[in-house]
Write a protein that binds this ligand. Structure first.
Ligand SMILES: [Zn+2]
Length: 256
């Protein structure tokens, strides 16, 4: 998962351009008080992180050694970037592992119509000012889809979580189920018995959603990712590895 480290005033960083032949993207060198060399790839930039004491020659040698990995990573990141969800008229959305065409339409009533009869491979997002609006997280279309997914999450996740917790004999430990869009997490369970889900998961196939519920509820049994914990997950969700794989391959397509 991509994590973004916030730059604080405490950390002194020096950023320079790094000229490297035969790399498809701009390369920048970030020097800081770290102890080792590392390379990070984004869809539009390659960043080498280095301690202050390592010379440019060694940095270039390091990059050359990892060139194959860097090139593969660039391709993967660019592919993922191009697959990101954009809620525009004529765009596409991966909904429950089906690729649907997005159709935006202005109407007095807000709502999402899945596979309307006249267009079975379409997700129609309707509401005031939806068509021709901005294409961003705040757009009218995004608000309509958000409300629709939040309602689905509310109808499904708390009840299902409660039922599984009861079945596993840990119902008394479950205090609260919260729905929230976080930056990088699908679910979270605290030692106080609070389970949090990202409602965006409702775009995923049902099996993946149920895996996520199993994942969090099993934390009420074991607050870790030990072998015993995964055995507990496997008992209620035998195909969990498939769903972990699906999320890894597709989660970048669900965010908006
Ligand atoms: Zn976990």
């Amino acid at each position: 998962m991509l994590t973004r480290r916030l730059q604080t005033g405490m950390e002194s960083r020096q950023i320079e351009h790094l000229a490297v032949a035969d790399l498809p993207l701009d390369c920048r060198l970030v020097r800081s008080r770290r102890k080792s060399l590392a390379v990070h790839v984004r869809h539009d930039l390659i960043e080498v992180r280095a301690p202050a004491f390592v010379g440019r020659g060694d940095i270039l040698k390091f990059l050359d050694k990892h060139r194959g990995w860097v090139l593969r990573k660039v391709q993967e990141k660019q592919q993922r970037h191009s697959e990101r969800l954009s809620l525009s008229d004529g765009g596409q959305i991966l909904y429950k592992a089906r690729l649907l065409n997005i159709e935006l339409c202005d109407s007095a009533r807000s709502g999402v119509i899945l596979a309307p009869l006249d267009s079975p491979h379409t997700m129609r997002i309707c509401g005031p000012g939806v068509k021709g609006g901005r294409v961003d997280q705040q757009s009218a279309a995004a608000q309509v889809l958000k409300r629709w997914l939040q309602q689905q999450a509310k109808d499904y996740l708390p009840a299902r979580t409660r039922a599984l917790a009861e079945y596993l004999g840990v119902g008394h430990k479950l205090k609260e189920v919260v729905l929230r869009k976080t930056r990088s997490k699908w679910g979270h369970c605290t030692s106080g018995g609070r389970i949090q889900y990202n409602w965006l998961i409702m775009l995923a196939p049902d099996g993946v959603i149920d895996y996520m519920i199993a994942h969090e509820v099993c934390h009420l049994l074991h607050m870790n990712h030990s072998a015993v914990y995964w055995q507990a997950v496997a008992k209620v969700c035998p195909d969990y590895q498939r769903y972990v794989g699906w999320l890894k391959d597709n989660e970048h397509r669900l965010w908006f």
